[in-house]
Design a protein around this ligand. Structure first.
Ligand SMILES: [Zn+2]
Length: 316
């Protein structure tokens, strides 16, 4: 009988998250970033905040449809080198392609370079006064900048699969923010103009990379501090039963991380707002109030989320 029950539970459980930062955190970051903007931009972004929040996760949903989407969300820096500063990886994308070739780059991820590319696309959308692209690219830029701030998006051990910690990816970036985000202060102050985007992006990336050891080690410490039978629990999510880290385990890990998740979210928020602002300034500060479409209905999220991610194994 008990085996039957275990089988049944197994049939109706699913990993708590297979998405970078989790849908919740990505949406929260984009939403909070709107409040960093100067007056000239705030009206337009506030009028479209529903779209910018909702579309924060489109980039992850594209991973179900496009093979080349996955590498845009991470970079396994430790494939190339292990010590900060990461000075053997070319910071310029064309130089990186010339040095390593496209196949290697796509196999190990391209997130810092892709952030720079999307920032340029957004600048172009501002120059062209292209309402829909401004909204979609702002949302996408928020997503990739968020991913860049997640330590486990910088390592080939992205789900603890090489250290016996499978599941830590979703634990850090989904479970913890979902449990503790209401205690976070995400008001970061005003967006700033970024003079050297390349430097800023790579230094955020290095911050993430330098936190990987702590992310892994502190999880081991939390596990040791808690008896095995209290590590996991089952929770009801809508009509599904989900196996997930217990509140006790989550609290122990969260305390050990000493506000790391909040710090990375705050840094994401300010960086997203600052890149939106920089793109707008670089485009010549167009008058966003003249974009008549800002009275349109929110842009709908159109991607199906069935099936599996294309590209490498899902982090769950
Ligand atoms: Zn992502």
């Amino acid at each position: 009988m008990s085996r039957f029950i275990i089988l049944l539970v197994g049939l109706f459980t699913y990993p708590i998250s297979a998405n970078s930062w989790g849908f919740f955190a990505h949406k929260t970051i984009n939403h909070a970033a709107v409040y960093t903007l100067p007056t000239e931009m705030f009206g337009f972004y506030k009028a479209n905040i529903a779209s910018i929040t909702e579309l924060a996760v489109q980039a992850d949903k594209r991973r179900y449809l496009l093979k080349d989407e996955a590498p845009r969300h991470y970079l396994d820096a430790d494939y190339y080198e292990s010590v900060i500063p990461l000075d053997t990886i070319p910071r310029n994308y064309d130089s990186a392609i010339a040095w390593y070739g496209t196949d290697t780059l796509m196999a190990h991820g391209i997130v810092p370079w892709h952030v720079m590319r999307v920032k340029w696309w957004l600048t172009k959308a501002f120059i062209e006064r292209d309402f829909t692209s401004i909204i979609k690219l702002s949302a996408d830029l928020g997503h990739y900048v968020g991913d860049l701030h997640v330590p486990l998006h910088t390592s080939h051990n992205y789900n603890g699969q090489y250290t016996g910690q499978r599941g830590i990816h979703g634990f850090w970036e989904s479970r913890l923010p979902e449990l503790f985000c209401d205690t976070y202060d995400l008001f970061t102050g005003k967006a700033v103009y970024i003079f050297n985007i390349e430097n800023t992006i790579w230094s955020k990336f290095e911050e993430s990379y330098s936190a990987v050891d702590s992310v892994l080690y502190l999880d081991k410490l939390s596990q040791d501090a808690i008896r095995d039978d209290h590590l996991y629990t089952f929770e009801q999510r809508g009509r599904q039963t989900v196996r997930t880290q217990s509140k006790k385990y989550s609290s122990a890990y969260h305390n050990g991380l000493n506000n790391m998740v909040e710090r990375r979210m705050r840094s994401s928020v300010l960086c997203v707002g600052s890149l939106w602002y920089t793109a707008w300034v670089d485009a010549g500060q167009p008058d966003l109030d003249l974009l008549t479409s800002n009275t349109l209905e929110p842009i709908k999220d159109s991607f199906p989320i069935n099936g599996k991610f294309l590209g490498r194994e899902e982090p769950n």
